[in-house]
Design a protein around this ligand. Structure first.
Ligand SMILES: [Zn+2]
Ligand SMILES: [Zn+2]
Length: 147
């Protein structure tokens, strides 16, 4: 029998969450396939190649857990979404402000005052909804109505 590069004895060796138990065969390219047991007690047949390269580290439970974590951390979305044309409060988003490192968008207030840049996150969180002039006016009005 021709020995393949990955046919060495892996029994008992741990790869991530998987512990190799015994060699169960080869794939069509004659790469060794090992039966492994995951920490979650699932069994899985894996190519020795995948174990050694770190490609396969669990029966699939690890990937599932990572996927869940990713889904959670993606909320709220972090990448620069295209806000052009959207309206936030009194602001109409015109275009991306590429002169800044952070994600800023150039917006126009409906009062017609000069265009200005607003941080994308603040627009989406409704923290920035109008120009400074309108905000000042609104604060003034509120202060009056509160009294
Ligand atoms: Zn598992
Ligand atoms: Zn305004």
């Amino acid at each position: 029998m021709i020995l393949e590069p990955y046919s060495r004895d892996l029994a008992g060796v741990k790869f991530g969450r998987l512990t190799a138990i015994e060699r169960v065969g080869s794939d069509k390219n004659r790469n060794a396939i090992w039966s492994t047991r995951c920490e979650c007690s699932e069994f899985k047949d894996v190519l020795a190649l995948s174990l050694k390269s770190g490609h396969t580290k669990s029966c699939g439970c690890l990937a599932r857990e990572i996927a869940v974590v990713r889904m959670q951390s993606n909320r709220p979305e972090r990448k620069a979404a295209d806000l052009a044309g959207l309206v936030f409060g009194d602001l109409h988003v015109i275009r991306r402000d590429s002169t800044r490192k952070r994600v800023y968008w150039i917006v126009a207030c409906k009062c017609g005052s000069a265009l200005f840049s607003a941080i994308a996150d603040r627009l989406r969180n409704c923290e920035t909804r109008r120009c400074a002039t309108c905000a000042r006016k609104l604060r003034g009005n509120r202060a009056v109505t509160r009294i």
